[in-house]
Structures are given as C-alpha cells and as structure tokens.
Design a protein around this ligand. Sequence first.
Ligand code: MRU
Length: 315
Amino acid sequence: MKDFRAAVAWTGDAIEIIDQTLLPGEERILTLRTPDEVVDAIRRLAVRGAPAIGVAGALGVVLAGDDAAAIERIASARPTAVNLRWAVERVLGAADRRAEALRILEEDVEACRAIGEHGRAELEHARRVLTVCNTGRLATAGRGTALGVVYAKAEAGEPVEVFACETRPLLQGARLTAWELQDAGIPVTVLADGAAPALLARGDIDVVIAGCDRVAANGDIANKIGTYALAIAAHHHGVPFYVAGPRSTLDLATASGAEIEIEQRSADEVATAAGARVWNPAFDVTPAELITALITDVGVLRAPLGPAIANALTS
Ligand code: MRU
C-alpha cells in the first residue's frame, strides 16, 4: 500500500484530521486545538470510525488539560463505539497523558497491521469481499480493520475486489470506502444497501467482512446500521460473515448486544418530507450466532465467542 495521510495525527500541540464530511470532493485538513473542537469534529463525523474517534478522544484529553467537564464532553460525544470512552479513560489514568495518547495512536497502527495479516491468512481464497460503511485508513490511525484485510491481500499480490454497500444515510461506503480504495488502486463496486442480498444470492461474493464499534462479552457486535441485514442475508446464502476489529473494541463490561447504547442521529439525515417522523439509529446489533469469526489483532476468534473474547483480553 502506498504511503497515505493518516486520518488523525498529532502535530505536537494540536490534532490534525482529514475532514471526512467533505470527501470525496475535497481532501481538507482540519486542525483541532481545543477540546470542544474535538467534540464537534467527532459529533459531526468529520473524524469517524471507532478506532479513529478513540485516538482523537485520547489526544483531545491532552488538549483538555485539567478541564474535567471538557473531558467528559469528549468521552460522551458518541456513545456506541467503546473505543472513545476506553481511550479517554486510559489517558486519564496515565502518569504521562501525552505519551499515553500517542501510545494509543501507535498501537492502533500496529493493530490494523496485525488484523490485516490474520485476516489475510484466514481468507486466502476469498477474492470478492462485500463490506459496509468505511473501515479503512479513514476509520483508524492505521490502514483499517475490515479494509485492512483487503489491503493486506492486495499487498501480498492476491487478487481482491471490494463490493461496498453505499451505507445510508451518510454514505460512508459510497463516499469514503470508494474514495480510499480507488486511491489505493483496488477495484471497488458500490451498491445500494438494499441490493446486497441480491448480490449474495447470485453467488458473486466469497466473504462479507464488516467492522465493529463495540463487541459485547458474548460476541454480539454493534456496527453501522445495515450490518445486521447483511449478516442475515449472508447466513441465508451460506456466505461467511466475518467481523474485524482491534482489542480496544472488545468490551467485557457489556454482557450482550441488548446492553449496547445505540446512537440516534438527527432526523435531517433521512427525512425529506417535512413533518414525517424519523427513526435514525446509526448502528445495529448483529448477534454472535450470525458471525463466522472475529478477526482481531491477536488472532481469529471463533465460537464460542464469549470465552474466546475473554481469553483475547487477558492474553
Ligand atoms: O458512524 P461511523 O461512520 O463512525 O460508523 C463507523 C462504523 O460503523 C465502522 O464500521 C466501525 O467504526 C469500524 S471502523 C474500523
């Protein structure tokens, strides 16, 4: 994979992000100098993706200094991805907050690399990958989780192409996944979310790989809305359904998917007819039984996922 600009970086006294609200039209760098600029960037998805908002949150704590209220605003800016509060709390508990935040960033880069390698070894014969949302270099400090597997395959010279669900309502698939894969020279086909079951029915997909925002202790996962529908369709058509994510997304404190707080977003993102009521969850929960395996930085975790997750967090 060619060198790329990181989605989130530390300049020494500020955070630089690629403003993802402007992609694919414009690649503009945004400099965040205050905790409330960090909160705003996370809330409006200028920086997004569970690992990337974790890293932004960690660095945001450095900007916040001793302002406890500002730190809490960062930690609660988006509720579903466990990485955000996990990273904030880790930095808060450290003697040297700046060093700890930078360690979280570096660990994310390395976790992406390891996920890619484990996924590549697991999915050696899979060429046609169906995915949802954006899980690549825009969603992490490194080269991504589910897309990290794709990049690892491409780097190893294995044939690989991606089918990207457009990902309503904010089009992270159509805008971001298509943009970064084209930039990397990897073939990508965008489809409407509702077209995915028909594509699976045609036998045109070897594997589905999704990312995750939180993995509960029993292996249920929360990820971008539409993931659950993909998992059901993959199960129906006998296509393996993998979930990729770093250990920072595994959450032993949440027993099952039923306990995961699902972020509700503004009605404006979906309503076109004035006055129509709107239900706009940003994420859904896919139960563990629909997941073939979890690809993590410490290896591929298989059913029963509960004990495998507990083991991964203590290894
Ligand atoms: O609302 P978003 O764009 O932050 O949602 C992101 C996702 O659902 C990703 O799949 C998940 O964070 C994993 S990113 C490696």
